[in-house]
Unconditional design. Structure first.
Length: 358
């Protein structure tokens, strides 16, 4: 008998899953009613009651059963009357669950499906904050982002409002996390107010208004570090080569760098003109692996590029150097021979560069 019951549980679960995948569990053909108090969407952590009422022809239910996600519930069930039962949950914390109930009718070999409901628990949205709108050079879009706050666990939609300060025209854009707005659609001049409204079944919140000028929010095209070279001068130096395809004339940039084993970045700031490839010089420790990144902004504006992809470079080893003092050697047969030995590099073969002058 237990084996038969288990098999029927599986059949019911497959049937419910099939219908859920094709339009939702609430679209199944019901032989009664199922309802949820306080609602099918409720605040996470609340106490929830699920009711099942059978309306099966020629059936006085012997027992009523509840299933959650295909698993039969064994506890917290109360029979209210001959056709109705209640399932109770304390402190419900699951974001989503598919519920259905069945009846055991006298003379029936199998349980009869009564009805089902999808339930959801979550939170009302937080107030959207840190609303930011930028135009990435060459993108043709104004990209607006915001901080949504803590997860809501239920369907939450965001509406971005854009209002021209010159024409008073207001546009609305539906989104879920961010929005790209074509700059061609912004025909109301240069100055706008932007704000974000969040809404779900449990509440609605609106952000503060952000005032923008389209000319002030352009971010130069990405900067890229292309190569590095170590130059063996009196004091060895490393030259980093980098560039950007921006057409903005006045640009301020930062390049940060650190050894791979160090946690602290050093930052070098400079103004530049991208009509030619950029070269930045650094005096670094020998035989050390460094990480470099660069970013730029239009001079005097608010928004920076994101830091460029990390560029790794290992500096060369320092070549040992030796200095031998000049010496003189007198001889009666050959006259005065002056040997001037100049500073040279010791090579792998231990040879010293010498120069003799009579």
């Amino acid at each position: 008998m237990n084996q038969v019951t288990i098999q029927w549980d599986v059949v019911i679960a497959i049937y419910i899953f099939f219908n859920w995948c094709h339009g939702g569990i609430t679209n199944i053909n019901c032989s009664g009613h199922m309802w949820v108090e306080p609602a099918t969407v409720f605040k996470m952590g609340m106490n929830v009651s699920i009711y099942c009422q059978a309306e099966i022809k020629n059936c006085q239910p012997k027992k009523l059963y509840f299933y959650k996600n295909g698993i039969k519930e064994r506890f917290r069930i109360t029979r209210i009357n001959k056709t109705t039962a209640r399932l109770w949950y304390n402190n419900f914390l699951e974001p989503h669950a598919s519920m259905y109930c069945t009846a055991e009718c006298p003379g029936y070999f199998q349980e009869t499906l009564i009805c089902g409901k999808d339930i959801s628990s979550g939170y009302p949205p937080d107030v959207p904050d840190k609303v930011t709108c930028v135009i990435y050079e060459y993108s043709g879009n104004m990209t607006c982002t915001w901080n949504s706050g803590k997860p809501t666990y239920i369907d939450t939609m965001y509406v971005v409002y854009v209002k021209s300060l010159e024409t008073e025209e207001e546009q609305q854009y539906l989104s879920s996390s961010y929005i790209n707005i074509s700059t061609d659609s912004l025909q109301g001049g240069k100055k706008y107010l932007v704000w974000v409204q969040a809404a779900n079944a449990l509440g609605t919140e609106k952000s503060k208004q952000l005032q923008i000028n389209l000319d002030d929010i352009v971010i130069p095209s990405a900067s890229i570090i292309s190569r590095a070279e170590d130059i063996n001068t009196t004091v060895p130096k490393t030259v980093i080569h980098w560039n950007s395809q921006t057409t903005i004339e006045k640009v301020s940039c930062e390049m940060r760098y650190k050894s791979k084993t160090n946690q602290t970045w050093k930052v070098k700031e400079f103004d530049t003109n991208f009509t030619y490839e950029q070269q930045s010089e650094f005096y670094l420790e020998p035989n050390t692996k460094y990480i470099f990144q660069v970013r730029c902004q239009e001079t005097g504006k608010r928004y920076w590029q994101s830091w460029s992809s990390p560029f790794f470079h290992k500096t060369t080893e320092t070549v040992p150097q030796v200095t031998l003092k000049s010496f003189q050697h007198d001889t009666q047969n050959s006259g005065l021979l002056i040997a001037s030995i100049f500073k040279g590099h010791v090579t792998a073969g231990k040879k010293i560069l010498l120069r003799f002058v009579e």
